[in-house]
Design a protein around this ligand. Structure first.
Ligand code: PMP
Length: 361
């Protein structure tokens, strides 16, 4: 092919400078893949059966995933047009940013947080406004309020925060939302909500029940607690007008029939799946306690992952995990995120982390 530099297509400069999404290394051999916050349990037989039954692959799926929308609407006591389904909650995040924010507009989020936030702001042509996390790797909501300008179109709040782990409390969120102008969209990203055990954590669905704040949209996913990461299905709950705007920017028909039926079958098996979630949350709490005993300053962990603040030693420490058969997610110069996976992998993580602690800041 022609040398790429000769091609006169005018790619937007900010896109030309944007590296594509990079996935953590895939597991090979007997390595444990703890780099993507996946659910370590195999899919339930009933869920696999539901996927197998969706055989009409020559037909397009139902564009609005109406059955799943209605099921979730019933579950949350909202109207079905107050629920929106996407090919993963990250798709809905993209739709909401595109719908609200263009060139010159500002998107505020905490940093460090989910890597898709800066990426989606750039794709929309908007300006990313990053507000550093406070002590304990927690959201600094007062600083996020202080960052609001007349160009702010959306604010993303991630609870529990990926990759550091802490939640935002309900009291913190209530104080925050009362100060956000009503024309600024607040996206409450609760991808890990089901793993939360802290009773003080914000609950997006309670917030939505409060009619005072129709500018809040809650994002949840079937990827984590429900173990459907490979099928790509997530949802938003919020005001119809906001979700209609997301629907208008969505790529049509991206939620497959298989994803929809698998999500429905997962809701049928919710109790069993939530038992697994409880087991992961218990493993997480044991891991955090043991890491702290070993001398690590691990922030509160309320998702299905823990954060090791490895600072400048991050890449070396990640390499040590890798060599021992544990694939983690390093964030150079900052820390390492480790998903809570199989029981054996948790024991191994602890052994490696304990051996590393003396070399670290
Ligand atoms: N939000 C957060 C905070 C996440 O960590 C993730 C996945 N890593 C997502 C959203 C997106 O998940 P999905 O698209 O699989 O629903």
């Amino acid at each position: 092919m022609t040398d790429a530099s000769d091609i006169p297509i005018r790619v937007r400069p900010e896109i030309a400078a944007l590296p594509p999404y990079k996935q953590g290394r895939q597991a090979g051999g007997d390595a444990f893949k703890l780099s993507s916050n996946e659910n370590p349990f195999d899919p339930l037989p009933g869920v696999v059966e539901a996927i197998r039954s969706a055989t009409a692959v020559n037909r397009y799926p139902d564009a609005s995933a109406a059955r799943l929308r209605e099921r979730l609407a019933e579950r949350f006591g909202v109207a079905s047009d107050e629920v929106h389904i996407g090919a993963g909650s990250v798709s809905i995040l993209a739709q909401l940013i595109l719908a609200t924010s263009g060139p010159g507009d500002e998107v505020i989020y905490a940093w460090r947080s989910f890597e898709a936030y800066p990426w989606l702001a750039v794709v929309a042509g908007a300006t990313a406004v990053e507000v550093p996390l406070a002590e304990g790797a927690r959201h600094d909501l007062p600083a996020m309020v202080a960052a609001i300008t007349e160009r702010t179109r959306s604010i993303i709040v991630c609870s529990p925060n990926n990759p550091t782990g802490p939640i935002v409390t309900q009291a913190e969120f209530d104080a925050f939302i009362a100060q956000v102008p009503s024309d600024v969209l607040v996206i409450l990203d609760e991808a890990y909500a089901e793993f939360v055990t802290d009773p003080d954590a914000v609950d997006g669905l309670l917030v939505l029940g409060n009619a005072t704040y129709p500018n809040v949209v809650v994002l949840r996913t079937f990827s984590k607690a429900f173990g459907l990461a490979g099928l790509r299905v997530g949802y938003a709950v919020g005001h119809k007008r906001i979700l209609d705007a997301a629907r208008s920017t969505s790529i049509p028909l991206s939620v497959t029939a298989q994803a929809e039926v698998a999500a429905l079958a997962s809701l049928d098996a919710e109790e069993e799946l939530l038992d697994r979630v409880r087991a992961i949350a218990e493993r997480r709490d044991q891991l955090v306690a043991a890491l702290r005993d070993a001398g690590w300053r691990v922030p509160d962990a309320q998702g299905n992952f823990v954060w090791l603040p490895t600072g400048d030693e991050t890449l070396t420490a990640a390499q040590a995990f890798d060599e021992a058969g544990i694939i983690v997610r390093p964030f150079a110069g900052d820390g390492i995120r480790i998903s809570v996976g199989e029981a054996e992998s948790v024991e191994k993580v602890l052994r490696i982390a304990a051996s590393l602690v003396s070399h670290l800041p």
